[in-house]
Design a protein around this ligand. Structure first.
Ligand SMILES: Nc1ncnc2c1ncn2[C@@H]1O[C@H](COP(=O)(O)OP(=O)(O)OP(=O)(O)O)[C@@H](O)[C@H]1O
Ligand SMILES: [Mg+2]
Length: 409
């Protein structure tokens, strides 16, 4: 029980896998002390379609993580993704109370900026400040202490469907967990893989998972664009299964062992073993044949992302280029193919900024899980305005409303 106070636990309910990471807060930073994973069965394109199957995967991952970390898990911070996530620009203006901007003024201006019209059934997940202006002068990201009368804020708001938020929270709670906070998964992944210099110069993080591709673009250190495409590694596997006429499970194995996203990187004549149905012996297949199926799909995903970034006028602002993360970017040739599509420098990003069992989480697959821990850690240390929707606070408001209604009748 005593230990619970020093632990941060993340729950990444992905389309492909569910991961639970336990980290301990130490004076030096955060250290991973346990990890549990399970293959997910209850999601499609990032969204929960089968609650029972999702709860089962969460329970399995939690049990494994508890054993590894030798602790009990009660509170978790959770990731959310899916095509429903919307990124919007907003502004706020307030009069500075005492002619010198205080933390309270900053909180007020952010409250004003979050008061935007959302599609019905949507709620705000994050309000991310981009820049503050005092009497029209740019005061960067921390205007506290500046003198002036008028404080303006430009922010990027991330909103999500209330139904999806409830579905994720419900699954966590049915698995016996208290969902402390929710973060957009790609935003969390960005915290784990991007450097401050990349964010300053301009960078787009692509989190290519099993059923989704999440995008977050930074410029001058702040988020300017977010979106989610309902496409990921599952589509590549599906194409391989159809093209090679093999079951999905076999296509998944051959993809992970021998897949390459750019045929030009292969040695001519390279052959690999392809499993066959009906108990027949595996047959040799040219590795190039796999790339002929994988490359167009991976190219399609990158091209769609490029179109989104271009429409948002972000492409020309990416001085540091593109960083790829998520399990699907483990595949050989993904950064090289992305460089061709974007005509920008591309690197693969695995989680950093964390200690402890580093080898266990040193994969683009765990960028979101590690990032969730880093977001939660920053959140608990920061005394500034909250960046995320706190579930417990929202529940308190709901409980209070229920009380009022009861009193009324
Ligand atoms: N070695 C590999 N080569 C190619 N693809 C891989 C490899 N390892 C994992 N993958 C793919 O990575 C994907 C899973 O990535 P990840 O764990 O990031 O997804 P997820 O978080 O579960 O899904 P999402 O974020 O879309 O909801 C799967 O489609 C899997 O096939
Ligand atoms: Mg994911």
């Amino acid at each position: 029980m005593q230990r619970e106070h020093t632990l941060i636990v993340s729950l990444d309910v992905g389309t492909y896998k569910t991961a639970v990471i336990v980290a301990e807060v130490t004076p030096e930073g955060v250290e991973v002390i346990g990890i549990g994973t399970a293959l997910s069965q209850g999601l499609r394109k990032g969204q929960i379609i089968n609650v029972d199957a999702t709860v089962q995967a969460i329970r399995k991952a939690v049990e494994e993580a508890q054993l590894g970390a030798n602790c009990e898990i009660h509170n978790v911070c959770v990731g959310i993704t899916g095509e429903h996530l919307a990124g919007l620009a907003s502004q706020g203006v307030v009069v500075v109370k005492d002619r010198e901007v205080s933390r309270a003024d900053v909180e007020r201006v952010l409250e004003v900026a979050r008061a935007i019209a959302l599609p019905s059934g949507y709620e705000i997940l994050h309000v991310l400040p981009q820049e503050f202006l005092v009497d029209g002068q740019d005061r960067g990201r921390d205007p506290v202490g500046s003198s002036g009368l008028r404080l303006e804020a430009n922010v990027h708001v991330i909103a999500a469907s209330s139904n999806e938020i409830q579905a994720v929270s419900k699954c966590g709670e049915r698995a016996g967990l208290h969902v402390r906070s929710l973060y957009f998964t790609a935003l969390a992944a960005a915290e784990a893989v991007l450097t401050p210099e990349e964010k300053e110069l301009g960078v787009a993080l692509l989190d290519v998972g099993g059923g989704t591709t999440g995008m977050v673009a930074f410029h001058h250190g702040a988020v300017h664009y977010t979106a989610v495409l309902p496409l990921g590694g599952y589509h590549i596997t599906n194409d391989l299964a159809a093209g090679l006429r093999i079951p999905i499970a076999e296509a998944e194995k051959i993809k992970q062992r021998h897949g390459c996203a750019l045929g030009d990187l292969l040695t001519p004549g390279e052959m690999v073993e392809m499993p066959r149905v009906g108990g027949r012996d595996p047959a040799p297949v040219p590795r190039r044949r796999l790339s002929e199926i994988i490359e167009p799909r991976a190219e399609e995903i990158f091209t769609l992302v490029r179109n989104h970034l271009s429409e948002a006028e972000m492409l020309s602002r990416l001085g540091s280029g593109i960083v790829l993360t998520g399990g699907s970017t483990i595949m050989e040739g993904m950064p090289e193919l992305a460089e061709r599509v974007f005509r920008l420098p591309v690197r693969r990003g695995a989680p950093r900024y964390i200690g402890g069992l580093v080898d266990a989480v040193n994969s683009p697959m765990y960028a979101t899980g590690v990032g969730l821990i880093l977001c939660e850690w920053q959140q608990t240390r920061a005394n500034g305005a909250p960046r995320t929707r706190e579930v417990h606070r929202w529940q308190r408001v709901r409980d209070r409303m229920v009380e009022w209604i009861r009193e009324f009748f």
